[in-house]
Design a protein around this ligand. Sequence first.
Ligand code: SF4
Ligand code: SF4
Length: 152
Amino acid sequence: MQDLKLRASENRGKSQLEAGFDLLGWDEVTQGSVLPSFEGDASGIANLKAEERNYSGYNSYTATVASWRVVKPVFNIDVCIDCQNCWVWCPDSSILSRDKQMLGIDYDHCKGCEICVEVCPTNPKSLLMFKENEDLETALSGWPEKTKKEKN
Ligand code: SF4
Ligand code: SF4
C-alpha cells in the first residue's frame, strides 16, 4: 500500500489527509464503483437543509476549499435585492439562501473566485471582495455609495 502522502492530489482536503483518511486516488477507483453522497437512507433528502443532511466522506460538502482563498466576498444585506443571481452562478454552492432570501456566504466552501461579485446587479454591489483577514465590520463601514450616471 502506498504511503498516504504520496497519494495526495491537489484537490484532496489537507485536513482529511492529516486525519489519515484512507481515501483512494481517482485512478485507483474501479470502473462502475458507486460513491454514495449520503450515509444511510437518503429518501427525502431534498427536503432537508444542506446542514441537516448526513453527508458521506465522498461528498464534496465534507471537504473545504477555504484555504485556497486570499480574498473573500463580503455581503451587505442593506443593498441586496434578493435577485438570487449570486446563488445561481456560484460554482461552489457557497451562497446561503433560504426561501429566496440571500443570507450570506458559506466561508467553509467559498474559494474566493469573485463570480458572485461580478453578477451582482445592484448599485453599489451587495457583494464586494476584501482581503481574507479583513473584519466584516470594517468592510461594511467603508461600503461605497450609489454611483450616479452622467447625464449628457
Ligand atoms: S467568491 Fe466564488 S465561491 Fe465564493 S461565494 Fe462568490 S462565487 Fe461562490
Ligand atoms: S446577486 Fe447581489 S442583489 Fe442579487 S441576491 Fe446576490 S447579493 Fe443580493
